[in-house]
Design a protein around this ligand. Structure first.
Ligand SMILES: [Zn+2]
Length: 263
């Protein structure tokens, strides 16, 4: 069974990559423009597999197009470069809304009182097979070259986290050394970060990362690719362990700035 899947994927990866798709990626995906030619080639292969295996759906009146599929898939697949991957195993479908969408939260307290609340969201990742994005937020991140935010990287980092069980900020890692360094780096950094956010300081990473270790991993992933020097300066151990996990070193990419947008 696994042999068949691997063969099918190898065949997909070997397919030629259409020139018009390359043009769309160069136009629309800043991360793609920073990749080396070798990394782009590897990404093209992953994109064939990703687009063949995942379903994209527009919601709330959003019309799905190839440009949208490509822009989302390309950023997701940057997380898969240079390592063995099962292509976000738990994920079946990507649902795209035109803008922030409202999630209705419903719960019941211990006295049986039911409460409901509406929350605006830019994206979410569910362990049961779907991932939701607001296209407006994908575009906002794309249009600000200095941002540390990238909602696509954020939600797909959650998918990596969930690959074998709970979303707990610890994705499955085969190498025992990296696993140990991960524990040494991530938890102390998360605790430090949560203290800074609690104290109301202006933090170097998106304060949402203080919510939970899984959010810290997702926010650190965004900053790792979007503003690598900043992550390296503030949490060097986190940066170092992410270079080993993602097998990439974005501070060496062309056009990486050290600046930070005021929040
Ligand atoms: Zn999140």
């Amino acid at each position: 069974m696994f042999g068949l899947k691997a063969k099918r994927r190898a065949k997909l990866r070997a397919k030629p990559f259409p020139a018009e798709w390359k043009a769309i990626l160069e136009r629309d995906v800043p991360l793609y423009r920073r990749l080396s030619p070798e990394d782009r080639d590897e990404l093209h292969g992953h994109l064939h597999v990703f687009l063949a295996e995942k379903r994209f759906e527009g919601a709330g009146g959003f019309a799905m197009t190839d440009d949208v599929r490509l822009a989302i898939a390309a950023q997701a697949c940057v997380l898969l470069l240079h390592r063995e991957t099962d292509y976000f195993l738990m994920l079946d479908s990507i649902i795209v809304y035109p803008a922030e969408y409202v999630a209705r939260l419903r719960d019941q307290d211990e006295n049986g009182v039911v409460w409901e609340d509406d929350e605006e969201r830019a994206g979410e990742s569910c362990a049961q097979g779907s991932l939701v994005l607001s296209w407006r937020d994908v575009l906002d991140d794309r249009e600000d070259p200095d941002t540390d935010l990238n909602v696509v990287l954020h939600e797909f980092a959650h998918q990596l986290d969930a690959e074998r069980g709970d979303m707990n900020g610890q994705p499955p890692i085969a190498d025992a050394d990296v696993r140990r360094d991960w524990a040494d780096a991530m938890l102390p950094a998360y605790e430090d970060f949560a203290r800074q956010v609690d104290a109301g300081r202006n933090t170097a990473l998106d304060p949402y990362g203080a919510e939970h270790p899984s959010e810290f991993f997702a926010v650190a992933t965004e900053t790792f690719f979007q503003q690598p020097r900043r992550l390296q300066a503030v949490y060097p151990k986190v940066y170092a362990v992410l270079t080993r996990y993602y097998r990439q070193n974005p501070v060496n990419w062309p056009g990486v700035s050290g600046g930070r947008r005021a929040k």
